[in-house]
Design a protein around this ligand. Structure first.
Ligand code: UDP
Length: 328
């Protein structure tokens, strides 16, 4: 099997590339390296450095490439930035993906696995979130992902595309051997920031909102390990159905509050990790965690990391061996 992986040098993409290579899949990574890292790409995969906006390069890559499927990770994913610069998000996440889908159709590639997000649900009326929850995204980022879900549903009907949309909750953790992990610039995510405080690189972690209607007043999220994300992509690829649009929530199924996560990080790292209350961050829903039973039942997937401490241990190991990320 031969698979084109867009964004395969990024955080989630690189873990999936590695899992596919382990399975003996012939992987070609297409990545601009704007946010991804060359060092993150498995040496068994071929890397094409290019921008998805370069329609000519995408076309020549697909033409005669003999691909069985495309896994599409490449996207902009900063919710706050999407609010400030919506057109950038529609152009990248919607425009470039539509072009990619059109070229797949033209070149007869009919299997697509899509990185979607729990942000398509906006602020759900109840948790855990099952797939039947109405999709009412509140950010341009979430809307851009929902727009592609609509397109996938229509393409499945119109030309038989086999499409699976995986709605990630909060990707977390690092490879168990410590070789690849999370490295964003600038870093905005809770776990790497908490670990930077543990490592003495930041003074304190700010808790964005302590007055939410949650058990301890801080936001609750579902941190799903990247190894589990990689596995669900494998399963999605193996079970694709021609002409069907399938969609799954991909989370650990466990809600963890910001305060609880910091406490667990103290235990894992043995460090103090000073934390201070701060105002709410715009656009943050109080509580998001998945009901992942549909993916488990239909894809035969089983998340292995439901204990946040184990996830934090892998992230801490990566952090210690790569204090400056991939440039360490
Ligand atoms: N968060 C926080 N302090 C930070 C960064 C994040 O309290 O410095 C909170 C944020 O408000 C959210 C949770 O941590 O409730 C996870 O945020 P992250 O940015 O990691 O992921 P998101 O949920 O936005 O996808």
């Amino acid at each position: 099997m031969r698979v084109l992986v867009t964004g395969g040098a990024g955080y989630v993409g690189s873990h999936c590339v590695r899992a596919l290579c382990d399975d003996g899949v012939d992987v070609v990574v297409f990545d601009s390296l704007a946010a991804g890292h060359r060092e993150a790409v498995d040496t068994r995969a071929t890397l094409i450095v290019g921008d998805l906006a370069d329609a000519g390069l995408v076309d020549s890559t697909l033409a005669g490439g003999g691909y069985d499927a495309v896994m599409h990770f490449a996207a902009l994913a900063d919710v706050g930035e999407s609010v400030r610069e919506p057109l950038k998000y529609y152009k990248n996440n919607v425009g470039a993906t539509l072009t990619l889908l059109g070229q797949m159709r033209d070149h007869g590639v009919k299997s697509f696995v899509f990185s979607s997000t729990c942000a398509v649900y906006g602020i759900p009326s109840s948790v855990p979130i099952a797939e039947g929850t109405p999709r009412k995204p509140i950010s341009p980022y979430g809307r851009s992902k929902l727009a592609i879900e609509w397109a996938l549903e229509d393409c499945a009907k119109a030309w038989g595309l086999a499409a699976t949309s995986l709605r990630y909750f909060n990707a977390a953790g690092a490879a168990l051997d410590g070789s690849i992990g999370e490295d964003h610039d600038p870093e905005t995510h809770l776990i790497p920031l908490v670990l930077q405080v543990a490592a003495g690189k930041r003074e304190e972690i700010k808790i964005f909102g302590v007055d939410y209607p949650t058990p301890d007043g801080s936001c609750v999220r579902d941190y799903v390990h990247v190894a589990d994300l990689a596995n669900v992509h494998r399963k999605a690829l193996e079970t694709q159905v021609e002409g069907a649009f399938r969609f799954y929530n991909v989370g650990s199924g466990v809600g963890v509050s910001v305060k609880d996560l910091i406490e667990k990080a103290r235990a894992v790292t043995g460090k103090d990790i000073p934390a201070a209350p701060a105002p709410r961050r715009a656009g943050d829903p109080p509580e998001l965690y998945a009901d992942p039973t549909k993916a488990m039942a239909e894809l035969g997937w089983q998340p292995e990391f439901s204990d946040i401490k184990k996830t934090l241990e892998t992230a801490w190991q990566w952090h210690q061996s790569h204090p400056s990320g991939f440039s360490s």
